[in-house]
Design a protein around this ligand. Sequence first.
Ligand SMILES: [Zn+2]
Length: 282
Amino acid sequence: MAWFNRQKPGLEGSGDGEKRVRTEGLWLKCDSCGQIIWKKSLDENLQVCPQCEHHFRLDARARMAMLFDESAYEEYDADMVSTDPLRFEDSKRYTERLAAMQEATSLSDALISASGQLAGREVNICAMELKFIGGSMGSVVGEKITRAIERSMDRQTPLVIVSASGGARMQEGAVSLMQLAKISAALMRLDEAGVPYISVLTDPTTGGVTASFAMLGDLNIAEPKALIGFAGPRVIEQTIRQKLPEGFQRSEFLLEHGFLDAVVKRSEMKGYIADALKFFCD
Ligand SMILES: [Zn+2]
């Protein structure tokens, strides 16, 4: 998202801070069509460009507010935090990185797990937060999703997971990779219990998340033009020594090649999920 705040129109040099007209952050430029958009009109339009329908990224809280009836939901495991099992340190300590992220996002880790009503039906929804270490999946994300799956099973209420992730969290190494197996096994039990699971893939959904739960839904649906893939295009090109076709890791291409069931606009997403759950449950 290119924040349009390079220019600071105002009463420069007035010497009086109070007189300065503050417009920073009020406008932004659409990455897709270049249109200058008033931020408020974007907020009112679910972060979709009114001109070209480019879908800007939506954070986990806004996603929950959009999907649950009257934006009301009960959150679970909100205080669960990573124990830093490897005592990992790169450019800084993992514990420091976590603390900084918790401060910046007001979340304990990269996922919100909640239950509430969607179009009058009780559901469990998990939404990933890309701003929290790239929406990476470590032990907390894995455990929260597994608990949400188990809650779905106990209560016989459908599950929706909204993915936005760079993949596994390298700071937790193998512990992070184990989450793929743990979640996939739990989803199999959910399937055997006959409880529906809808996976919503948003921009970007990559790495281990794509390789596990994001592609294991009874329905796998994506937002328009979302980047979805396992490895990045450069790695694939170097491996297979072939040029990749245009847009090959975007929702529309994946739909065309049978990896997705539907590409659904954000404005229609809640209604689409409601209809699908009606089909599955009634
Ligand atoms: Zn646009």
